[in-house]
Design a protein around this ligand. Structure first.
Ligand code: FES
Length: 160
């Protein structure tokens, strides 16, 4: 059962995209931003499928195919660490280790305050500044320990 307030917001987004099935990814991106938890509840996905008159499995496939979507609640800030080859050879493993240490969580986990989630992504087009990460729309490259500490501090202080 979808909470009434969320339902109205989802319906608003669907209407904004004129119920076009082809806009499914755009609709999902907006729905995912409806809460601070950066995810799409399966009940919401069912509602979207019904309203767009497409099979629920199709919506589910899209959500699970792209790493930018999640069916599980995540942190407000999802730190996507690139694991493709150019970042890998530039020590993206050290970046993972550093974030894990600072946030005191493992890859794939969310901090207890629901502020950060760590996850892998494939190339984000910033190979020239590898190792790189993405948080929301922002890309950060040439990462080292100091930069990583600064990034976490800035997000914690909400100064981004
Ligand atoms: S390989 Fe990491 S940004 Fe391209």
């Amino acid at each position: 059962m979808v909470n009434q307030e969320i339902k109205e917001k989802i319906m608003g987004i669907i209407e904004k995209y004129q119920r076009e099935k082809e806009k499914l990814v755009m609709i999902l991106l907006e729905v995912q931003k409806l809460t601070d938890r950066n995810y799409i509840d399966m009940e919401w996905a069912k509602l979207i499928a019904e309203e767009l008159k497409i099979p629920y499995t199709k919506v589910y496939d899209v959500i699970t195919f792209y790493s930018m979507f999640s069916i599980k609640p995540r942190g407000k800030y999802v730190i996507e660490i690139c694991k493709s080859a150019p970042c890998h050879v530039n020590k993206s493993k050290d970046v993972v280790k550093e974030f894990e240490e600072i946030l005191n969580i493992k890859m794939g986990e969310t901090t207890p305050d629901n502020l950060f989630t760590l996850q892998y992504t494939s190339c984000i087009g910033a190979c020239d500044v590898a190792p790189a990460i993405k948080i929301g729309e922002k890309v950060y490259g040439n990462l080292n320990k100091e930069k990583i500490q600064q990034i976490v501090m800035d997000y914690r202080n909400n100064s981004i």
